[in-house]
Design a protein around this ligand. Structure first.
Ligand code: AMP
Length: 209
């Protein structure tokens, strides 16, 4: 199954994707996570994108499209994938259509008030990238990843200045993809407000079944 997870920052795309890999048996491909790994490893890609990402802006389409095209060509993505955070612009969606055919696009529906609450409490594992939240998905031990014991940190782009920018960018450049995919008949709306377990149950019912 080839899926796109579409929605504003903080909607829970990464959290659901981490569960959906077991349900759908396909890899979770997060462009944001690939960029963060490159930044941590100080690769040429990481050095190029760090300032852009910290400011809450988008990495350019050519760089991002090339990265995804290469990733989707790998063996583990042939049977399917969950694309989380890509495409984020119409040109990215048009490019994707030239090298892959998507089955469904899951649109995470969530009001702005919930987004701010979620982003400001989000903590990410430096070692494995797993998402936690100080209220909604509290780690057993503060500051320590439940999955691997790694250190939890606050993403630079989850700080208030960058959050506002990311929401603006989402509205201007990514939200138009909702109609783009609705018109193609592949969009499925999922209410992203309930608890993780409820969102997973709705996902199974409306996307997987
Ligand atoms: P995310 O983890 O999906 O919130 O992505 C974190 C950041 O990585 C975004 O705010 C962008 O700066 C960058 N990024 C991730 N995916 C894309 C994309 N498809 N196009 C451009 N920039 C992206």
């Amino acid at each position: 199954m080839k899926l796109i997870f579409l929605g504003p920052p903080g909607a829970g795309k990464g959290t659901l994707a981490a569960k959906a890999v077991d349900i759908c048996k396909v890899p979770h491909i997060s462009t944001g996570a690939i960029f963060r790994e490159a930044i941590a490893a100080k690769t040429p890609l990481g050095l190029k994108v760090k300032a852009i990402i910290d400011a809450g802006k988008l990495v350019d389409d050519d760089t991002t499209i090339a990265l995804v095209k290469e990733r989707l060509a790998q063996a583990d993505a042939q049977a399917g994938y969950i694309l989380d955070g890509f495409p984020r612009t119409i040109p990215q969606a048009e490019a994707l259509a030239t090298f892959s055919t998507v089955d469904k696009v899951v649109n995470f529906d969530i009001p702005d008030s919930s987004i701010l609450e979620r982003l400001s409490g989000r903590r990410v594992c430096r070692a494995c990238g797993a998402n936690h939240h100080v209220v909604f998905s509290k780690p057993k031990q503060a500051g320590v990843c439940d999955a691997c014991g790694g250190e939890l940190y606050i993403r630079d782009d989850d700080k208030p200045e960058a959050i506002q920018k990311r929401l603006e960018v989402y509205r201007a450049q990514t939200a138009p993809l909702i109609d783009f995919y609705r018109n193609k008949g592949v969009l499925v709306d999922v209410d992203a407000r309930p608890s993780v377990d409820e969102v997973v149950a709705n996902f199974k019912k409306s996307v997987v079944a």
